[in-house]
Design a protein around this ligand. Structure first.
Ligand SMILES: [Mn+2]
Length: 339
């Protein structure tokens, strides 16, 4: 019996073309020879506020990534020289079925990691972070810590009876043996859309929260560096998750649950650079809803940029040039200036 609308029979609406930053597209995971791999997870199980198609996130993020080349002036580094990067396209999701779609992502990530590639995932809703962390934990075999940029704590036991939606990823991750909740730090939390039961649960679990007030008072640099230390304590593998709604809707309007008073685009770029300074075992950007974005693709281009910065972190960590963005083009001192 043939499946209706089998992938081979119809043009694909999502993913695969063009690849992220025009790197090589490798469809067969068994053929991947790469240090880092881009993968799309075009899945939105529920949209709790307004219908937001995060399933078009990977497609639009890839499109705007074509703005960028491998050389990054800020780092004075060519990430595509320092790293072998490929794009393996999108997961063939099962619309409406969280468990089946998540299983496909988890399986693909496990196979990619067996090939030696670090995954960078384009969501998709935030629910996809759970199977991604599960796959990273299974591969690493040791403790995993998380730095999460998010407006929301995402700690619901379930939503409408489903335990795998975007309302629950952080709680599901806490239930993984490999992830001690005390190695989870969430940056940018704010506002009246968080549920009242999440706050006592977060405290009970021992998750560290850096609300926006702390980011404003202490600065993103201080907060992100403390978050990295919490997450990677005792040599734990690091997973970084960026929910695009952590950023102020002035800079990232294309998302399902926009919340004013968030991070600026400068702050999230710096936050990612500091959180991922020493590299990572997994990275995702989730909750980009192109249907709510500006005509300029403001949100998708920022999401693409954050993935480029994450690649620069991996590249610089592997070449011993961490944080080269701090001084790559600083003004020369008087003695260095030509007469
Ligand atoms: Mn969120």
């Amino acid at each position: 019996m043939r499946e209706a609308l089998q992938a081979a029979d119809v043009p694909r609406m999502f993913g695969d073309v063009p690849p992220f930053m025009a790197v090589e597209h490798v469809a067969d995971v068994g053929q991947v020879e790469a240090d880092a791999v881009l993968i799309g997870m075009p899945y939105d199980g529920i949209a709790t506020f307004r219908g937001g198609a995060t399933r078009r996130g990977p497609h639009e993020i890839r499109k705007f990534s074509l703005l960028f080349g491998g050389y990054n002036l800020d780092w004075d580094l060519d990430v595509l020289d320092a790293l072998r990067v490929v794009d393996v396209g999108d997961i063939d999701v099962v619309p409406g079925d969280n468990a089946a779609s998540h299983a496909r992502l988890r399986d693909r990530l496990e196979r990619l990691q067996e090939r030696g590639a670090v995954p960078l995932i384009m969501g998709g809703d935030h629910g996809i972070t759970f199977p991604a962390v599960e796959a990273v934990a299974a591969h690493c075999g040791g403790p995993v810590g998380l730095v999460v940029f998010d407006t929301h704590l995402d700690l619901s036991e379930s939503f409408g009876g489903d335990r795998l939606t975007r309302a629950s990823p952080l709680l599901r991750i806490c239930e993984l043996g490999a992830v001690d909740p005390r190695r989870i730090a969430v940056i940018g939390v704010r506002g009246p859309r968080n549920l009242p039961e999440w706050t006592p649960l977060q405290r009970e679990l021992g998750i560290t929260v850096f609300p926006m007030e702390q980011v404003e008072r202490r600065g993103i640099e201080s907060v992100a560096s403390e978050a990295r230390e919490i997450a990677s304590a005792d040599g734990a593998a690091l997973y970084v998750s960026v929910d695009i709604d952590s950023i102020d809707p002035a800079f990232a309007p294309g998302t399902n649950s926009p919340e004013p008073g968030g991070l600026t685009s400068r702050e999230i770029i710096r936050g990612v650079r500091i959180a991922a300074r020493d590299g990572f075992a997994g990275f995702d950007v989730v909750e980009v809803s192109p249907d709510f974005d500006t005509a300029s693709g403001t949100t998708s281009v920022l999401a693409a940029r954050l993935l480029v910065e994450a690649l620069a972190c991996l590249a610089s960590a592997r070449t011993g040039r961490q944080e080269s963005w701090r001084n790559s083009h600083s003004t020369p001192g008087p003695t260095e200036r030509r007469p």
